[in-house]
Design a protein around this ligand. Structure first.
Ligand code: KIV
Ligand code: ZN
Length: 503
């Protein structure tokens, strides 16, 4: 299998995305992650565009060791020299020179004729090649360039020393068959084409950047330019993660490998999203939050029976940790039962049925039902069935200014009484510490609230507690005219639920 070169331009074309400005430290952080991800070339910036960009490229060139560090330059000596200065500290540096070759760009933007463009391209590549060994040339807007002229330019720049010729679909105008043909035509019509690597750089204006790039690879391109999350000018560039996973999942048809460590993909995507401020759409291929989640009952049932029925990529392969079955109103009983099992609830069939009915009602109101919601449903269902294993018999509190609050509690278990005492930060804390000591059930108090449920001096106080134990949140509630008694009973309710769940 051929291994293709992954040229990442997140820090150059990606950063050109309107609104995606990164500071030097952020660019360096991304570059470190790209290195970890295993990209072959990092296009770190366009050094002549600003002193800040120059410094960022230079810093990346100083610190990032494994990948080739590339900088962009227009076809002028000034741009090329600046790119050279910025990339000089790199172990392996590349200068990427570009010049537009399409009629529309030459006539309106550059106001130059074909021969002049050809001369400038060759001159620029020769100049660059005198100072740097690794030169890439891009005939900008190549996909809208007259074919015969494109062949002449590509042949001339290779002769002048370009080692990579990059064919950009600058405005994302091409379609896959046409773009693939263009690469094939270049291979058939440029006599010295084998002296250079053909690269492609596709924009996503028609949503075809990845398809066009893959088609080019099928037709002989061996470097692909792309960005993390597909960010870039206008509608962006070909998305790195989609290309890489496309090649990996469909190696039967492409027969091409990359050196990307796919388990780093998700982390890289999140980092770029956080630093650029560009959210990743939930339905984005490969890295979107929903990319590995199944909600429909039919799909969930299929995935549980055999994952490959509805999954072509394993979430773990791109470093994504996800509960792939989203419980919602479309979920079926199979997925529901599996999730309960996973959460550690062993319910019999009739209990599953009862909780499933409650779940369906909840799912109608709520888009997604999370694990905590399920736990609450299960507990609500067992509420009436939980036996009072631990029962309050008596309690005594000493509390006041200048004394340490202490609780003495007597509990009953199976007609036997046990007593113990503890001190705490307050009378309730002293009670809870005593109960913990006696029952040996360890929990963390997450929430404690008290309110009066009736009026008058003999009002009932209702205490609500929420505790966490072994990753589960469980709540209890009790009322009494004595708020300490209500507090103890609410806590004991949780302890009894935990004992019941253990069984
Ligand atoms: O889209 C484009 O044509 C470019 C070139 C500079 C390669 O970004
Ligand atoms: Zn571009």
């Amino acid at each position: 299998m051929d291994t293709i070169t992954i040229f990442d331009t997140t820090l150059r074309d990606g950063e050109q995305a309107p609104g995606a400005s990164l500071n030097q430290k952020e660019k360096l952080d991304i570059a470190y992650q790209l290195e970890k991800l295993g990209v072959d070339v990092i296009e770190a910036g366009f050094p002549v565009s600003s002193p800040g960009d120059f410094e960022s490229v230079q810093r990346i060139a100083q610190e990032i060791r494994r990948p080739v560090i590339c900088a962009l330059a227009r076809a002028t000596p000034g741009d090329i020299d600046t790119a050279y200065q910025a990339t000089k500290p790199a172990g392996r540096a590349r200068i990427h020179v570009f010049l537009a070759t399409s009629k529309i760009h030459m006539k309106y933007k550059l106001k130059k004729a074909e021969d002049e463009i050809l001369r400038l391209a060759v001159k620029a590549v020769k100049h660059a090649r005198n100072i740097c060994d690794d030169i890439e040339f891009s005939p900008e807007d190549a996909s809208r360039t007259e074919k015969e002229f494109l062949y002449r330019v590509v042949e001339a720049v290779i002769k002048a020393g370009a080692k990579t010729v990059n064919i950009p679909d600058t405005v994302g105008y091409s379609e896959p068959e046409e773009f693939g043909n263009l690469i094939r035509c270049l291979r058939e019509n440029v006599p010295n084409i084998n002296n250079a690597v053909i690269s492609v750089h596709c924009h996503n204006d028609l949503g075809l950047a990845v398809a066009n790039s893959l088609s080019a690879l099928k037709n002989g391109a061996r470097q692909v330019e792309c960005t993390v999350n597909g960010i870039g000018e206008r509608a962006g560039n070909a998305s790195m993660e989609e290309l890489v996973m496309g090649l990996k999942v469909r190696k039967d048809t492409f027969g091409l490998a990359t050196s990307i460590k796919t388990r780093e993909i998700y982390k890289t995507s999140r980092l770029v999203s956080a630093l650029t401020g560009f959210a990743v759409a939930p339905n984005k291929a490969v890295v979107g939050l929903n990319a590995f989640r199944h909600e429909s009952g039919i799909h969930q049932d299929g995935v549980l029976k055999k994952r490959a029925t509805y999954e072509i990529i394993h979430a773990e392969d791109v470093g994504f940790k996800v509960e792939s079955l989203v419980l919602g109103k479309h979920s079926g009983r199979h997925a529901f039962r599996e999730r309960l099992k996973k959460l550690g609830y062993k319910l019999n069939e009739s209990e599953v049925k009862e909780v499933f009915e409650k779940f369906k009602l909840l799912a109608d109101k709520k888009k997604q039902v999370f694990d905590d919601d399920l736990a609450a449903l299960v507990l609500e269902n067992i509420e009436g069935k939980v036996p009072e294993t631990w029962k309050l018999d008596t309690f005594m509190i000493t509390s006041g200014s200048h004394i340490v609050p202490t609780a003495k509690i007597t509990l009953m278990v199976k007609e036997k009484t046990f007593a113990d005492c503890s001190s705490g930060d307050g009378p309730v804390d002293a009670c809870y510490k005593t109960i913990e000591k006696m029952t040996n059930v360890r929990c963390r108090l997450l929430d404690y609230s008290i309110r009066s449920v009736t009026k008058g001096e003999d009002a009932l106080g209702e205490v609500n507690v929420r505790l966490r134990t072994k990753g589960r949140e469980i709540s209890g509630r009790a009322s009494s005219t004595d708020i300490i008694e209500a507090s103890i009973k609410a806590y004991l309710q949780v302890v009894n639920k935990i004992e019941f769940l253990k069984k």
